[in-house]
Design a protein around this ligand. Structure first.
Ligand code: SF4
Ligand code: SF4
Ligand code: SF4
Length: 204
């Protein structure tokens, strides 16, 4: 018996490589979707545009990271630069801004202020817990942290929010990592004309 050939239609999967530009757009979209779902805010370099505009513009070229003389800029999620104060402080030299060709960092974006973040002294502060320590104050270039002597106990730090510029110099030296540098939150104690006064902790 002769076999009669039967036409069989085999589905064809057309695969093409995506261009680097398409890849960048896709990964940017995925990153933005991921951020909307999950990610806590990260600290971008000084004079960064707001987060959405920053992600739109930043090409992840690493020029700011290479330029930073204190090496506090590191690539974070998605390869975008972020600040790591455990590595040092920002001197506000502006090198990162001047190297950012896409202008994701722009010195006129927030007028004179590099960012809205400020130091926040937390509950684990040694001095607040009766142990003599003035390390943060000794490392603060703007004298924003001063210590008030008290009878029968360790001197307590008082942080002037008006003098703090969020440089992060107090973060790494703190032996118990009691300091955070962030926007929108105050440490323990109360605000008194720009001063976060740890002495009030005893009364709360
Ligand atoms: S302003 Fe200077 S020290 Fe601060 S992050 Fe930019 S390059 Fe680094
Ligand atoms: S220099 Fe500008 S574009 Fe390049 S990684 Fe830094 S912020 Fe992004
Ligand atoms: S962030 Fe900088 S200016 Fe502010 S208290 Fe710490 S060392 Fe001082």
């Amino acid at each position: 018996m002769t076999l009669i050939p039967v036409a069989v239609q085999i589905p064809v999967l057309i695969v093409r490589e995506i261009s680097p530009l398409e890849s960048a757009v896709l990964s940017r979209r995925s990153f933005l979707r991921g951020r909307i779902r999950t990610v806590a805010p990260v600290q971008r370099p000084p004079w960064a545009l707001d987060e959405v505009a920053f992600i739109e513009r930043c090409t992840r070229c690493d020029a700011c990271i290479q330029a930073c003389p204190t090496a506090i800029l590191v690539p974070a999620e998605g390869g975008y630069p972020t600040v790591d104060f455990s590595r040092g402080e920002c001197t506000f030299c502006g090198e990162c801004v001047s190297r950012c060709e896409p202008a994701a960092l722009r010195r006129d974006a927030l007028a004179d202020e590099a960012w809205p973040i400020r130091a926040r002294i937390g509950e684990t502060c040694l001095a607040a817990n009766g142990v003599e320590c003035r390390v943060c104050g000794e490392n603060c270039p703007t004298n924003a942290i001063r210590f008030r002597p008290r009878v029968g106990g360790a001197a307590l730090p008082a942080l002037s929010l008006a003098s703090c510029n969020g440089c992060g110099a107090c973060f790494a030296p703190c032996p118990v990592r009691a300091i955070e540098v962030k926007a929108g939150e105050l440490g323990i104690g109360t605000m008194e004309t720009g001063t976060q006064d740890m002495a009030t902790k005893e009364n709360t």
